[in-house]
Design a protein. Sequence first.
Length: 115
Amino acid sequence: MYSQTTPHSTTEIDPGVQKVVDWYRDVNRENKILEGWTIQILSTRDRREMEQERDRFIYRYPEYRVRQSFDEPFYRLKVGSFTSKLEALALRQELQKQYRSAVLVKEEINKEDYF
């Protein structure tokens, strides 16, 4: 007759290593910003044009979050939040069918926007 037992192992972690792991975890918990990518689909001086394009984009692509900003003198529309450049490039390629001037922009993104 055989008895099944589950092997039990314990790993002891050096206190210095554990201290570094704990510090890294705490820093990442507090950090609300990630380095990432977004796609800028419009840059214009005309606020009304930006608002109209924002509404059209939301209608066409409701699954993507749109962010608008004003960096004098330009109103900008940006979509998507990616930590992977390849994922951002894939969306940009898709969006360029409708938005020929869509460009990839490296910027800080909020964790809440990403997750």
